[in-house]
Write a protein that binds this ligand. Structure first.
Ligand code: 9UX
Length: 72
């Protein structure tokens, strides 16, 4: 099963922030695809909910020093 989650991500100010957030997301177990956009502060993550929850995804982003909240 695959779900798509959309997140607002705060605190990204340069392209390297985007790369680091995408890298964090792509390394999480159960994450199949992750794309983050600097201009809109939005991220989209395709994930398997039997491995990871949207709350865990938010926590992983926040542990890296950014703010995150789940949109839908
Ligand atoms: Mo850019 Mo982001 O110099 O954590 S990497 S601000």
């Amino acid at each position: 099963r695959t779900l798509i989650g959309q997140f607002t991500i705060g605190g990204m100010t340069c392209a390297a922030c985007v790369n680091s957030v995408e890298g964090i997301l792509r390394n999480l177990p159960g994450v199949k695809r992750a794309v983050v956009a600097l201009a809109t502060s939005l991220g989209e993550v395709e994930y398997d909910p039997s491995f990871i929850s949207k709350e865990d995804i938010v926590s992983a982003i926040e542990d890296a020093g950014f703010e995150a909240s789940f949109v839908q």
